[in-house]
Design a protein around this ligand. Structure first.
Ligand SMILES: Cc1ncc(COP(=O)(O)O)c(C=O)c1O
Length: 436
């Protein structure tokens, strides 16, 4: 069975209380084997508000994991905007409507020149898929470079550049995998240069197989590679190397975008991508995603083939997305992510950073990673999983990721308040003690 870190193991079904067991059984018989649940004991969510989820018994869970409800679960402004638009009109982009144009102008104004245009889709995967089509059309090439443990989505094209889906997900010969930077194992001070050299080798590898690179697709926070955010030079070097051989640099901001890292975009100030892929937090849970790019590439692509996405950029999802921007801007959530994130990092580091199991704490805004190792220094995925489940028993939701599944992933909604931090930190301290 295809493995997912922190996935519920169906062979442990009998350990669940009766009502959960029945629901899990009904779910797998009606929805099949492709789905995964989180945790040893899945959480049965019936409602949510702000940074809290509630189960069927009314228990409250602190959400320190979900990055889609970025302005809070059940956000009132989003709800009202969606409700109002649903009562007005909900069509598609073949009619002239105001909201999508206004939103496109507002969104692209948040990007550096020359990223002035946006195409709307429904999911991050569709956005990745479209970015690949544009890159291939513009360059006339087919090769793609991604990191060895990357995740970019579910369509055929997006899955073909998502090696973290495991050995049964085929990676075609026109896709080259490079080892992501590894802040724990790379030689100190040379990570960026070494990453650049690996990009060069992957270009040579593609050429040997008969392909020229169309794109380097890089998750700006390298989330599934374990949150490799140490040094902005990493992305800069990689983008420079890819561009030097005529490939486009595609920034996947599905996880890093919309203020997560304490900046609007995680790709940094020193390098402007050729294409940017957006998703997850964009509509706070409504399906809206986008590719942002330069007019020359969009024109070249758009002249050769039309693009119509039935639900992409519909007025209701756009209403949600506009409300998200209003909330982020009026509540200064980008600034909050920066300030609250560094506070959280320092209290987390003083609480558990001295534990010999903690190899490193990495942080960018409200995205924190705690990398765990065993006594010999080997990655300790077992401990990571036990901590995640110990937290869940305390009704605090986090998860794990990384090349070795040994990195705790703390990535709360951006509205995560300072007064929720002590509960998170105390939970971590107790969970570390309990899993010694
Ligand atoms: C970095 C990254 N890119 C793309 C995707 C795909 O987005 P979606 O699930 O909306 O299709 C994801 C989803 O987890 C992601 O994390």
């Amino acid at each position: 069975v295809s493995h997912m870190v922190n996935g519920f193991d169906p062979s442990r079904l009998t350990e669940l209380p009766g009502s959960d067991r029945v629901l899990v059984q009904r779910r797998s018989s009606a929805m099949g084997a492709a789905y995964r649940l989180f945790y040893d004991r899945p959480v049965h969510v019936v409602r949510a508000s702000g940074v809290h989820l509630y189960d069927s018994e009314g228990n409250e869970y602190l959400d320190a994991y979900n990055n889609v409800p970025v302005v809070g679960h059940s956000n009132e402004r989003v709800r009202e905007a969606v409700h109002a638009q649903l009562g007005l009109v909900n069509t598609h982009t073949r009619y002239l409507t105001d909201p999508v144009i206004e939103y496109a102008e507002r969104l692209t104004a948040l990007f550096p020149d020359p990223l002035t245009q946006a195409i709307f889709v429904c999911t991050g995967s569709e956005a990745v898929d479209l970015a690949l089509r544009i890159a291939r059309s513009v360059t006339g090439r087919s090769g793609v470079i991604v990191t060895r443990h990357a995740y970019h989505g579910t369509t055929s094209a997006a899955a073909s550049i998502s090696p973290s889906l495991g050995p049964n997900n085929p990676i075609p010969p026109n896709v080259a995998l490079v080892d992501a930077p590894d802040a724990v194992r790379d030689a100190f001070g040379s990570a960026a240069m070494a990453f650049g050299e690996r990009i060069d080798r992957s270009i040579a590898e593609l050429k040997e197989r008969g392909f020229e690179p169309a794109a380097l697709v890089l998750d700006s926070v390298m989330s599934s590679d374990g949150l490799q955010v140490g040094d902005p030079a990493l992305v800069q070097v990689a983008a420079d190397r890819a561009r030097a051989c005529g490939a486009l640099y595609v920034a996947d901001e599905v996880q890093g975008g919309f203020g997560r890292t304490g900046r609007w975009w995680a790709f940094g100030q020193s390098v402007t991508p050729d294409l940017v892929v957006l998703g997850k937090p964009m509509g706070n849970g409504l399906p809206i995603a986008a590719v942002v790019g330069r007019p020359d590439s969009f024109d070249a692509f758009g002249r050769s083939v039309r693009y119509f996405n039935t639900f992409g950029g519909n007025p209701v999802c756009v209403a949600a997305a506009s409300a998200v921007l209003d909330e982020i801007q009026e509540r200064s959530l980008v600034r909050h992510a920066q300030d609250a994130g560094s506070e959280l990092r320092s209290s987390l580091s003083s609480a558990i950073g001295g534990d010999p199991a903690v190899a490193q704490v990495r942080q960018a805004g409200l995205f924190l990673a705690v990398e765990l190792i065993g006594p010999g220094g080997a990655p300790d995925s077992d401990r990571a999983l036990r901590v995640v489940n110990a937290m869940r028993r305390r009704r605090i939701l986090i998860s794990a990721s990384g090349t070795y599944d040994n990195v705790l992933k703390v990535r709360p909604p951006l509205v995560f308040p300072r007064d929720a931090m002590p509960q998170l930190i105390e939970g971590l301290v107790e969970s570390f003690d309990e899993t010694q």
